[in-house]
Design a protein around this ligand. Structure first.
Ligand code: ATP
Length: 199
């Protein structure tokens, strides 16, 4: 699995549509200060479901939409598509390429797509769980993240290792099942109360 393509339009400094094709192996993005290198990695984290404007270096999610310049007016929408190679079938989908798309409008409305079909953020999160690629995955190490991992609490460090060994999916499913079980137990108690009142 590797990143194959990144398409950005209206995201931060990228007003015009740009397309970057990555080859297998090592890719370096170089450029002068302020030219948008970090905006590229921000766009990858964003398309993978990042919900925190602060971690994308903004104060609100609208800040990720191209805000305009002296020569060009602001845009109303940002869209990023990330294509992942799936020839090894790392993701349980019958496609050799998987394209994740996220779109946001100034109104705050947000949309997600998997191979151009509309989907929920939950679907994307579940697909990426335990691959290390998700927004909290260890495959995106931002500036200061290593220090953060080294100095963080042992429970936080554990999360990084759990993602690496591939058990986050099962932990999440277990938590969901426990929640359902608790709701069912509460409902059952309520039914028992009603039944005893009727008797
Ligand atoms: P450095 O090497 O200094 O870390 P960089 O190449 O990583 O720089 P970025 O931080 O990615 O640069 O890009 C910063 C630029 O992006 C700034 O010029 C900033 O004005 C621009 N920018 C950020 N958000 C927006 C936005 N919403 N609309 C337009 N431009 C934006």
């Amino acid at each position: 699995m590797y990143l194959k393509r990144l398409e950005i339009q209206g995201f931060k400094s990228f007003a015009n549509k740009i397309e970057m094709n990555f080859e297998q192996g090592f890719t370096a993005v170089v450029g002068p200060n302020g030219s948008g290198k970090s905006n590229i990695s921000d766009s990858i984290r964003w398309v993978l479901g990042e919900q925190s404007a602060k971690s994308l270096r903004g104060s609100k999610m609208e800040d990720i939409i191209f805000a305009g310049t002296a020569k060009r007016k602001a845009l109303g929408m940002a869209e990023v598509s990330l294509t992942l190679d799936n020839s090894t079938k790392m993701f349980p989908l019958d496609y050799n390429e998987i394209t994740i798309t996220r779109r946001v409008y100034r109104s705050g409305e947000s949309e997600y797509f998997l191979n151009k079909s509309s989907c929920r953020l939950k679907d994307i999160r579940e697909m990426l769980m335990d691959t290390g690629i998700g927004k909290d995955g260890y495959s995106i190490i931002g500036q200061g993240r290593i220090d953060e991992i080294l100095s963080s609490k042992s429970e936080d460090k554990r999360q990084v290792f759990e993602e690496a060994v591939g058990i986050v999916k099962y932990k999440t499913r277990k938590e969901e099942s426990e929640k359902k079980l608790q709701n069912t137990t509460e409902n059952l108690d309520r039914v028992k109360d009603i039944l005893s009142e009727l008797e």
